[in-house]
Design a binder for this molecule. Sequence first.
Ligand SMILES: [Cu+2]
Length: 299
Amino acid sequence: MNSTSLPVGRVLRIIAAVAILISGIVHLDLYFNADYRFASPDVNFGRSILLNGFGAGIVAIALVARKEWFVRLAGIGYALSTIVLFWYTHSGHTFLGFSHGGPVFEPSPQAQLSVIMGIIAIVALAASFVPAIDAADAPSGLPVVGVAFTITAIALIGLTLKWKPDDATTPSAAPTTTVATAGTTTDSTPATTAATTAGSTVDTTAGSTAGSTAPATGGSAVSIKDFKFDAVDLTVAKGTTVTWTNGDKQAHTATSSGNFDTGSIAAGATGTATFDTAGTFAYICSFHPFMKGTITVTG
Ligand SMILES: [Cu+2]
């Protein structure tokens, strides 16, 4: 080695900084490009995503500049809390509350990049707490590995941000159990049925198919826009099929635990539930539990 040899600890901190920075860029993208800024007026959900993005930049700079234990611990805390918040801010379908089959996270495919980068940062920083690893001289090849990782990571950002579920002719992430037939039973609950019209049904006229896919028997509509159900409290007659039309760039659901669940409704798509039992059913979006509504069914 020469006099400029690199301690492993420094390489690990740079790797963690790059990973955390990527996680933060994902959050900034969610905020500015995926409409999460519209989730801000009433709740802090959007703002928390923005804060996460800026916080990532600060933590990343600190990790590159300083090697104190508390800086590395802050890096672990940042990455861990991001992953925990993914879980906490979703009411839950599957892994960390994301939905729903398919190869990617719904509603935010880029969020899986954030999770992967968080895990990398945690592992790298945890390793830096092992004195023997931290103090060792990096093998001459390690900086090359670091550069390769950085380039790969930046390429991943580009690819992930470019990738939009809407671009696909056949939406891989959308549930494939139903086609345009509203009210198809997918729920074992006898009282109600739920179905989701996959994004493929809106190929011709996006958004306007809600009316045509709704059954003729007195369907009722709820629009979803800017992370809100526009008919917050809807009253319908028994037997009515309610159609939710998603006008956001993000997927949403209408979910009432034990009663009905539209499943993930992709951007521009519709989901339905049929109400055969009188009563009042409070529901939320399981991806964004601050989105609330009720359906009251009159006998
Ligand atoms: Cu939602």
